[in-house]
Ligand binder design. Structure first.
Ligand code: SAM
Length: 262
């Protein structure tokens, strides 16, 4: 019996109905699959039944890696590594379909890393079916003018399209987490807004969302040094709050900021 490690976010899925919902979200047959954090292989087993072309799994816990070798043998290819250190572009020639019941403490870090790693000319994944803490999932998929809208939604929406598959109750896991979870289906946008450096979008949204309840005037002045022309060109009312600007306005603002910096 494997004793779950809290430090590695080990909450294993034990609800077959939910496992089926997750594996039915995308086509698996004959596709190359990547699973992040397979744990004891509850999701892996269902993926194998759907006859993928191959399955790569990335697992950081040596005990689980040994367990997976014993139980799955040559059905899966195991990468014993921290997912944050893996270069996804080098894993497979064809775009991967990715599953991950992610450890909650690093789920946003993984997603942000992947967003930054999407290259316009080569998409390393075809789709992602990922589990997040519900509160994080709601921030990822929220639209402007809503309370969850912020840096994460703007960064994610830049290169990805997303939809919620389902919410999951704590009773579907062992051990039970204290929070609700959600599964998202995420696909890359083939034509995303061109920016020189994603760090500028991160910088701009960090500054703009530092004070959600305050007007846009101050962060705008900080970044554009009193240059009011950009706001006029993009028809931005600086008396609004950061959550009132839609996605495209943030991408265009970042583009203007990049132009000014040369
Ligand atoms: N997929 C399994 C399931 O649904 O039953 C396990 C999910 S559990 C929430 C998260 C898994 O990710 C664990 O197996 C844990 O050991 C693994 N993990 C945690 N941090 C990791 C990291 N940085 N890189 C790779 N795997 C990691």
């Amino acid at each position: 019996m494997i004793k779950p490690k809290k430090s590695l976010g080990q909450n294993f899925l034990i609800d077959q109905k939910i496992i089926d919902k997750i594996t039915n979200a995308v086509e698996i047959k004959n596709r190359p699959i990547l699973e992040i954090g397979p744990g004891t292989g509850n999701l892996t087993r269902s993926i194998i039944k759907k006859k993928p072309k191959k399955i790569l799994v990335i697992e950081k816990d040596k005990k689980l890696v040994d367990f997976l070798y014993k139980n799955f043998g040559s059905d899966i290819e195991i990468i014993y590594e921290d997912v944050l250190k893996v270069n996804e572009n080098k894993l497979e020639k064809d775009p991967l379909t990715v599953f991950g019941n992610l450890p909650y403490n690093i789920s946003t870090e993984i997603l942000c890393k992947w967003i930054l790693n999407i290259d316009r000319n080569k998409f390393w994944f075809e789709s992602l079916v990922l589990m997040f803490q519900k509160e994080v999932a709601d921030r990822i998929i929220s639209d402007f003018n809503s309370k969850n809208y912020g840096r994460l939604s703007i960064l994610a929406n830049w290169k990805l399209s997303m939809k919620k598959i389902c919410d999951i109750m704590p009773s579907s896991f062992y051990p039970k987490p204290k929070i609700l979870s959600s599964v998202l289906l995420i696909k890359p946008k083939l034509n995303f807004f061109p920016l020189k450096d994603p760090k500028n979008l991160e910088k701009l949204t960090r500054l703009f969302f530092m004070h959600r309840r305050k007007m846009l005037k101050k962060p705008y002045r900080n970044l554009f040094k009193g240059n009011i022309e950009v706001a006029e060109k993009l028809k931005i009312n600086l008396n609004l709050r950061p959550q009132n600007l839609d996605f495209m306005t943030y991408y265009r603002l970042t583009e203007e900021y990049e132009k000014l910096r040369g």
